[in-house]
Design a protein around this ligand. Structure first.
Ligand code: ZN
Length: 53
């Protein structure tokens, strides 16, 4: 089972869910470079349907 990669910024509302670690890392680095914000990256092992989908 593939995990979900959660990227969230501590300095603005930027947040994203990615199925690929490479995409998640790219989005995180891109945001850090562009905005100079602190961005957290988490891997969620058990993907579950998003509420309301
Ligand atoms: Zn930010």
């Amino acid at each position: 089972m593939q995990g979900v990669h959660h990227v969230v910024c501590h300095d603005c509302p930027f947040e994203g869910l990615y199925e690929s670690a490479r995409t998640a890392t790219g989005a995180r680095k891109n945001h850090e470079h562009k905005r100079n914000h602190r961005v957290s990256y988490l891997e969620i092992d058990r993907p579950e349907p998003l509420p309301g989908v």
